[in-house]
Write a protein that binds this ligand. Structure first.
Ligand code: FES
Ligand code: FES
Length: 919
């Protein structure tokens, strides 16, 4: 028994003395605001105050707080400084998915209690132990720094002014006060715990032994589930024709982390179960972790229908690339490699299921509620209507939570045992089992003529797609379309291949392979510019795609191509940065002569939505009899701000203030299908559906009132007032009107599906209705002795068509750039070796520099109010811009990512040796 003060009140814990304080808070005390990201002291999500000082509650045994005062996020009373801190976080957009926010708030509150006027360095120090994967930290720093000053005012726009307004997240308050419910935060008290038994081997056959005997000798374990228990199809996959992943492997596990069985029972028993006791016999095979080994002659075939372990190939060709290259005045060849990259969302996969009669209801984190539902219906052998998915808040996804993960296990357990069943992956399980960014091995040859115009482009990319298909086909198809970058490339050939190996499935991760191909293309462009003796930005502007110029798939946009506008917006910053670096390097004294400054630039383009496939979203909007405007918003908000941005669009389409619109979201019983949150499609596709719904609802209301098209709409309780330009006013008592089956007096539901066309055998056609564009400048310093890279500043220019919410645009950019920094400098997932957040490094608050943003708005004809997608674009230029800056600073050419200090040192030595200088 441990007695302590919790949030100002005396409490007693009955749990054993060694129990983690975080578990006591979340379970025994019923305070789930303290989050668990790793249970190992790496992420800081579990931060609480112990006698006023921040600690990791996951590393603190309850016995250690005996007699002490503990304050969790729930105890940070929203008055005085804390109220200002919460307000500042909201005003700055400092909470995206919000899963790190309680830890950040706790750490910041301790800092501000001690130092009410901290500087940036103080904030970085104080918050350095808390990881955020969404924001890029900059807005968090700004939010804390602003607490001591005047409050930042957030706009509350009127009708017609919602689009373009930098309003705070509409769903932000529960994130900053810790009350938002994530996948593991609100499970039924009587829920059984599910634990998945996974392969410890990269490649192995197995036999499960005596299940009945095992159950008889393990009281508290109520069921062992395996492939034989699947009532429907033991298979799932995000692209139905390629679906190949079993819920439970049947005889052979294809990767370390492959699920082979699950045990279900009392939480305590399941939690403490030693997996060595599970009756299973393994027969490991020779492992194939690289595409080379999997494609080698005689390699064991992992999937019966995939010769050579090849999942799929992608191809785009236009003109005659070989002839153009042969005729080129200058030519470069480059070979780049990138490793697996882990999503590292702070919230591991978590949720629960309940059986309700003949239905299964699944609660938990997801990026794709409707896709989950379809997969589960197949797995459970049920009608679609028998499956209901109720998404919790999602603590980050970045692509990986598009795939089914925990859902089949809890659904099956709840169905078989008739009791709620829950699961929460450990950090290790999450990292072992979940999808990753595809490792790439890319060879590119590109030439240009005497004037610098691109002449010939030949790209070959091998992508390690891991054990199962996941989004491998999407990566293989998307890369050849994008590998040219946003440049006019007449003579072009791009091949890609996705190869199965015994690694975790590689899937969707912000960019679907395009960040990898951009490393090769943008680094090669620097080499070409150097050969020409041409300014690197000027080279890019010369070749930038323009309106009316075909893309490599032959698609022609007559308006909306914004890449050169992005470059133009960066001209002044570029020349100033290059001059500043040159000046520093020339005047460096002997003391600091080991530091060299460099500047890099890179660009992006990215097609929004599915590649040449139907991609619809449907939105419903209604007005209730008591005067409530409701938007059924099923586009999963995973922190990127869909709830806010899509509501801004819908509000302007209807003609009401955004804060008058209530959002109903997620639950598949309540919202139409908005598709998945991926491919930067929600603002564009679901936003367009919201715009059409708002316009249709407006039209319906105006026609009912028989007023002109410019009339204003206002709601005052249950009275709807329509006022036309001529001064006429009509008041409609909504309570007098009949309601439809959904409970609305007026309702509209509209669908939008972007116009695309299939690609032919040469990859020619219309893969996307819209592309977004961008460019980034990186200024950095390299310690030439130790290989350390210090980022000084990143300047971005992204063409978003129309910034529906400029505050959220900046947040997306900074978060994506931070992930690009990780890709460039530190992230390297190795199966079996870096399955935690201390061996697998992601950027911390000290790794991210200051930002400067230019938001470019070249309107798109298709997008809602001209908007284009943004979420994935922003990561693409960062890594190549960093690599180009390192080379500019030191001559070190690093094309094998990440550019860790040892590689930087080796590359500097190689560059010096090439110049005949001693290293
Ligand atoms: S959960 Fe405690 S540090 Fe990550
Ligand atoms: S907002 Fe920080 S992890 Fe999502």
């Amino acid at each position: 028994m441990t007695c302590f003060t919790l949030n100002g009140k005396p409490v007693t814990s009955q749990l054993p003395a060694s129990t983690r304080l975080s578990d006591v808070l979340r379970t025994e005390m019923g305070l789930p605001g303290t989050k668990i990201g790793c249970n190992a002291g790496d992420c800081g999500a579990c931060s609480v105050l112990l006698d006023g000082a921040p600690i990791c509650s996951c590393l603190t045994a309850i016995a250690q707080v005996d007699g002490a005062a503990v304050t969790s996020i729930e105890g940070l009373h929203a008055d005085g400084t804390i109220a200002k801190l919460q307000d500042s976080f909201l005003a700055h957009g400092a909470a995206q998915c919000g899963i790190c926010t309680p830890g950040m708030m706790v750490a910041a509150s301790a800092l501000l209690a001690e130092n009410p006027a901290p500087n940036r360095h103080d904030v970085e120090d104080a918050l350095g132990g808390v990881l955020c994967r969404c924001t890029g930290y900059s807005k968090i720093i700004d939010a804390v720094l602003a607490v001591g000053g005047d409050a930042k005012i957030s706009p509350r726009p009127q009708a017609g002014q919602n689009v373009g307004s930098p309003i705070r997240h509409l769903d932000g308050q529960p994130k900053v006060d810790g009350s938002l419910i994530y996948g593991d935060d609100a499970v039924p008290q009587d829920a059984l715990l599910v634990r998945v038994i996974r392969s410890p081997h990269h490649y192995s056959s197995f036999t499960i032994g005596d299940k009945a005997g095992f159950l008889a000798s393990h009281p508290g374990i109520l069921a062992v589930l395996d492939a034989s228990d699947i009532p429907g199809r033991n298979c799932f996959g995000v692209i139905p024709p390629f679906a190949d992943q079993p819920v439970f492997a049947e005889t052979t596990a294809l990767y370390r982390g492959d699920a082979v069985a699950a045990i279900v029972g009392d939480a305590d028993v399941i939690r403490h179960f030693d997996e060595a006791d599970f009756p299973i016999t393994w027969t490991p095979y020779e492992t194939m972790l690289s595409p080379a080994s999997a494609m080698a002659d005689g390699a064991r075939k992992m999937h019966a229908n995939r010769d050579g372990n090849i999942l799929v190939r992608g191809y785009v060709e236009t003109g005659d690339a070989d002839q153009a290259l042969a005729a080129a005045a200058h030519k470069v060849e480059i070979h780049t490699t990138t490793p697996f990259i882990e999503h590292a969302y702070i919230e591991p996969e978590a949720g629960y299921a309940t059986r309700e009669g003949n239905r299964i209801v699944i609660h938990g984190c997801t990026q794709a509620a409707q896709m989950d539902r379809e997969s589960l219906a197949e797995i459970m052998g049920m009608e679609l209507e028998a499956i209901r998915v109720v998404p919790s808040a999602c603590g980050g996804g970045f692509g990986s939570k598009l795939d089914v993960s925990f859902q089949p296990y809890v659904a099956l357990a709840a169905w078989v045992l008739g009791r709620p069943a829950r699961i929460c992956y450990s950090r290790g399980e999450s990292m072992r089992a979940s999808t990753k960014r595809h490792p790439s091995d890319i060879r590119l040859a590109v030439g240009c003529d005497e004037t610098g115009r691109i002449s010939g482009f030949v790209f070959d990319g091998i992508f390690n797609t891991g054990a199962y298909a996941s989004w491998g086909p999407t990566v293989a198809n998307r890369v050849p379309i994008h590998a040219s970058g946003p440049y006019a490339t007449k003579d072009y050939r791009a091949n890609s291949v996705a190869v199965h190996t015994n690694a975790p499935p590689a899937g969707a991760f912000r960019g679907f392979g395009v960040p990898q191909s951009a490393v090769a293309q943008e680094c090669a462009f620097d080499l070409l510019a150097e050969k020409l003796g041409m300014d690197r930005l000027a080279f890019r502007r010369l070749n930038a795609l323009k309106n009316g110029v075909p893309t490599v798939t032959g698609q022609v946009f007559n308006s909306g191509v914004g890449i050169d506008d992005c470059f133009a917006a960066l001209e002044d910053s570029w020349h100033a940065a290059v001059a500043s670096a040159a000046s520093f390097n020339q005047t460096a004294t002997s003391d600091d002569s080991l530091w060299r400054r460099g500047v890099g630039i890179a660009s992006c383009w990215y097609g929004c939505g599915n590649t040449s496939l139907p991609n619809p979203s449907t939105m419903r909007m209604g007005i209730t009899a008591d005067g409530k405007i409701v938007l059924h918003q099923g586009a999963m908000d995973i922190g990127q701000g869909a709830n806010t941005v899509i509501t801004q669009i819908a509000a302007d389409a209807l003609g009401v203030p955004v804060h008058d619109v209530h959002i109903l979201g997620g639950d598949t019983d309540l919202t139409p299908d908005c598709g998945k949150t991926s491919a930067s499609r929600q603002t564009f596709v679901s936003g367009k559906a919201a715009m059409l719904s708002g316009m249709a609802l407006r039209d319906m209301v105006l026609r009912h009132g028989n007023v002109d098209a410019n009339a204003t709409i206002a709601l005052d309780g249950a009275v709807l007032t329509l006022a036309d330009a001529g001064g006429g006013t009509l008041r409609i008592a909504l309570t007098d009107m009949p309601v439809n089956d959904y409970g609305y007096v007026f309702m509209a539901e509209e669908t939008y599906d972007p116009p695309t066309s299939p690609l032919d055998e040469k990859g020619q056609g219309i893969p996307y209705a819209v592309f977004g564009y961008g460019a980034q400048i990186v200024e950095l310093s390299v310690d030439a002795a130790l290989g350390r890279v210090r980022l000084d500043k990143i300047t971005t220019a992204h063409d978003v068509g129309r910034a529906i919410n400029p505050l959220l645009v900046e947040g997306q950019i900074e978060g994506g750039v931070a992930q690009g920094i990780g890709m460039a400098l530190m992230e390297d997932y190795q199966p079996g070796r870096t399955e935690n957040l201390h061996d697998y490094l992601i950027p911390t608050i000290g790794d991210v520099p200051k930002f400067d943003h230019v938001i470019v708005e070249v309107a798109d004809q298709e997008g809602p109010y001209g908007a284009k997608g943004l979420g994935e674009h922003v990561l693409i230029p960062t890594a190549p811009a960093i690599l180009n800056a390192i080379r500019h600073a030191t001559g070190a050419a690093i094309y094998d990512l990440p550019a860790t200090p040892d590689k930087v040192c080796a590359a500097i030595a190689a560059a010096q040796a090439a110049q005949g200088r001693p290293s």
